[in-house]
Ligand binder design. Structure first.
Ligand SMILES: NC(=O)c1ccc[n+]([C@@H]2O[C@H](COP(=O)([O-])OP(=O)(O)OC[C@H]3O[C@@H](n4cnc5c(N)ncnc54)[C@H](OP(=O)(O)O)[C@@H]3O)[C@@H](O)[C@H]2O)c1
Length: 256
């Protein structure tokens, strides 16, 4: 299926590794020019069809975050897709979180999501179309131990996505939320390594605990999450907006 993304301009944040990097590469494979923002900004990647153009952006820097969309438009003329991805917050029990943890969560997850979505949706409305994708987590719908910061800020992002979708639909702009379940990235490997150190278990045992409750019996690859993001952002999903889709191997048990 031709996804109709050839020649489109895409911006992805937190995009040097893991899910964000896989999303950026998948858009480039579909013929897009992709502005891929992260603190480290690795080398430019040319594919046969498109390109990934890394730019330096620390989402903790509010002024720099506000410049991402205008800079991308100044360089490439338009913005067809914005994928709002963020680093994950610290994990730990609610009673052990500090005020500083909550401020960090706001600064790294919610504030950048608000800034980016506002700038991206304004640009898309002005040019007559586009799609904003929020990458959140299944913890929006199904809390897990240690996930209070993640689920709280992502639930706020989910509510914002729904509200925004309704407001900008008449302007031709779509808004969707993709909720990854457990995915084999650096973050997941760090989490299982930290747990094995804390509990005196092996990392394999901690991985087994993560996948135990996933009906498909494994975690996702970052590319599997990326495939869903690219499809939802593409013109092939032109009647989908305000939707939240879990890509979780069946882990969420509740009905939609
Ligand atoms: N992996 C999972 O199982 C899973 C499941 C559900 C949700 N998620 C969420 O999905 C998001 C991505 O997770 P991942 O597993 O792909 O993580 P990852 O492999 O650790 O990658 C994190 C990305 O965030 C970037 N980053 C970190 N701090 C940043 C900052 N201050 N400003 C800009 N970029 C920053 C990193 O690049 P630099 O270091 O170059 O800045 C990197 O590209 C996280 O919010 C995570 O909680 C992950």
């Amino acid at each position: 299926m031709d996804l109709g993304l050839t020649g489109s301009v895409v911006a992805v944040t937190a995009a040097s590794r893991g899910i964000g990097a896989a999303v950026a590469r998948r858009f480039a494979a579909e013929g897009a020019t992709v502005v891929a923002a992260s603190r480290s900004a690795p080398a430019v990647e040319e594919t046969a069809t498109g390109q990934v153009l890394p730019v330096k952006l620390d989402l903790d820097d509010a002024e720099a975050t506000a410049r991402l969309v205008p800079d991308a438009v100044a360089d490439h003329g338009r913005l067809d897709v914005l994928v709002v991805n963020t680093p994950g917050p610290r994990l730990g029990p609610f009673l052990e979180t500090t005020d500083e943890d909550w401020t960090r969560g706001y600064d790294l997850l919610l504030r950048p999501a608000v800034q980016l979505a506002r700038a991206g949706a304004r640009q898309m409305a002005a040019q007559g179309g586009g799609c904003v994708v929020f990458l959140t987590s299944t913890w929006v719908r199904q809390p897990a131990p240690g996930g209070v910061l993640s689920s709280s800020f992502r639930a706020a992002i989910a509510a914002m996505a729904k509200q925004l979708a309704c407001e900008v639909a008449p302007l031709g702009v779509r808004v969707v939320q993709v909720m990854p379940g457990a995915t084999g990235t650096d973050r997941m490997r760090d989490i299982t390594a930290a747990k094995s150190a804390a509990y005196g278990s092996t990392q394999d045992e901690e991985v087994a605990k993560v996948v135990r409750d996933i009906p498909l019996g494994r975690w996702a690859s970052a590319e599997e999450i990326a495939d869903t993001v690219v499809f939802l952002a593409s013109p092939r999903s032109s009647f989908t907006t305000g939707a939240s889709l879990a890509v979780d191997g069946g882990a969420i048990r509740s009905l939609p």
